[in-house]
Design a protein around this ligand. Structure first.
Ligand code: BGP
Length: 478
């Protein structure tokens, strides 16, 4: 087996627009639903807003220089729809699109391949006001308008495109990822309806890349966790299969087979949760095939049987808001199908995410064997509290250990024949977490700010920065 990664393997890291850019209302940008959701998080829980985030909008040249210093050959980031079209559709905001032209040119000038995500949770607020955003089918046409503009604009500069970030996670944590009016939050069918609208939007974006970008490659970025049975009791094994069908296969089958996984759809239909599918939808989904799958892998999940019982109701994943181990407020439950639970065999992060590098090897082998498409990692990482020492260092050896083990696992999968294009862990620089403010850090580059005080967002190199630099230099043999 080869020790080193292939020469053309892309090494980099990832971010998303609202989590890193800041400048939320600058140069013509208007609010996205994340500006509103994060303002609520600030008011309820004291987490930072997206107003300044890591201020990459003003630090992008410095950030790209630091990425180059680490040896990056790729950077996965997203475009803020409301920076380009502040009202969702209509007039383009010249200053907004210029920011992305500058960023992409800066990356290219430094030999860094842009991997562009079209949508990462930040729908223009104007479309929420107009028709409740993703809840309405109208959003599909507006997304097509936005996607056509962006893909056409960057067709000669961007080869790798990802469409919609983490549809599976949006179903679980829908009020954090989409703005859902209070009175509709009890209607779980809408989670799958949103998801269906996103499948249509995804298919349209895939078709657009195939039509407009010479040599372009496109796929979704899927949040994916393998599901293990809690025990080897057959009913737990069956529960794990059920969870896999509804949480993982459901997306893979759409992206690669153009169909909904039957078992999952039967379950949804039986419980009145299935999306409304209109004539022509499945044909469109089939036409919008993916060239690769981008995976966001952080943790594995565990499931056990969940017999139907009086009083047991459907519920979705809990969140650990406090960042104290063991504070996770509940697990996803589908009576009669499966119930998620803690895996007693794995250690967790402070936010209760199971640490499981072998899970990465497992899913790579599994997905590649079934679908035979190239894979890339567009997120993988450890959310942790970092301490800035008095003399300006961040000794994040826990992050190095986590990433090293995952890189090794990815390599083992590659040694067994899995085609992997890129490794872009989360995150290039520290940024705003989706549910836990800025104290939960992921970056190689420290951003000196707190939830209460954005300060100047000065950049500092963590120990993991120098470690990753060596990994890249040695083509993964470090
Ligand atoms: C993924 C999202 C990212 C990111 C990451 C870490 O689900 O695509 O946007 O933030 O998870 O999650 P969190 O920020 O909640 O720690």
């Amino acid at each position: 087996m080869n020790k080193a990664f292939p020469d053309n393997f892309l090494w980099g890291a990832a971010t998303s627009a609202y989590q890193v850019e800041g400048a939320a209302y600058e140069d013509g940008k208007k609010a996205s639903q994340q500006d509103v959701i994060n303002k609520e998080n600030y008011e309820k829980r004291g987490f930072a807003t997206a107003d300044i985030a890591s201020d990459q909008y003003h630090h992008y040249k410095e950030d790209v220089a630091l990425m180059k210093e680490m040896g990056f050959t790729a950077y996965r980031f997203s475009i803020a729809w409301s920076r380009v079209f502040p009202d969702g559709v209509g007039e383009v905001n010249e200053a907004g699109i210029q920011y992305y032209r500058n960023l992409i040119d800066e990356l290219r000038a430094n030999g860094i391949e842009p991997i562009v995500t079209l949508y990462h949770y930040d729908l223009p607020w104007a479309l929420v006001e107009k028709y409740n955003g993703w809840l309405s089918r109208q959003v599909v046409d507006d997304f097509a308008y936005y996607a056509r503009y962006i893909i056409n604009e960057f067709k000669d500069k961007v080869k790798y495109w990802t469409t919609i970030n983490e549809q599976s996670i949006i179903v679980q944590f829908w009020t954090q990822k989409c703005y859902i009016p209070e009175e509709l939050r009890g209607n779980n069918q809408l989670r799958y309806q949103i998801n269906h609208h996103m499948n249509l939007a995804h298919a349209i974006a895939c078709k657009l890349v195939h039509e407009l970008v010479p040599g372009g490659l496109v796929g979704a970025a899927l949040g994916y966790a393998p599901v293990y049975p809690l025990t080897s009791k057959p009913e737990d094994v069956m529960a794990a299969q059920n969870a896999h069908d509804l949480r993982n296969a459901y997306y893979l089958d759409i992206y690669f087979k153009g169909m909904y996984t039957k078992s999952a759809m039967i379950y949804l239909e039986e419980h009145g949760l299935a999306p409304v599918i209109e004539e022509g939808d499945m044909e469109l989904i089939k036409e919008g095939y993916s060239d690769f799958l981008a995976l966001n892998y952080y943790a594995s999940e565990c499931a056990k049987a969940c017999p139907m019982e009086e009083g047991k109701e459907i519920r979705y994943s809990g969140v650990n808001w406090s960042g104290k181990k063991g504070d996770m407020n509940g697990f996803e439950t589908h009576p009669g199908f499966y119930e998620m639970c803690k895996n007693p065999n794995l250690d967790t992060t402070d936010w209760d995410w199971a640490i499981d590098p072998t899970g990465l090897e497992y899913i790579f082998r599994d997905i590649y064997t079934r679908y035979n498409k190239p894979l890339m990692i567009t997120e993988n990482g450890l959310g942790a509290y970092d301490t800035l020492t008095e003399d300006g260092h961040i000794h994040d050896k826990y992050r190095i250990a986590y990433l090293r083990d995952h890189i090794k696992a990815m390599k083992r999968a590659m040694d067994y024949g899995v085609e992997v294009l890129a490794y872009c862990p989360w995150s290039a620089v520290d940024l705003l977490s989706t549910s836990n403010g800025v104290k939960k850090r992921y970056g190689f580059i420290y951003v000196d700010r707190t939830d209460d005080d954005p300060k100047e967002c000065a950049r500092l190199r963590k120990d993991s920065f120098y470690w990753y630099q060596k990994v890249i230099q040695s083509r993964g043999t470090e």
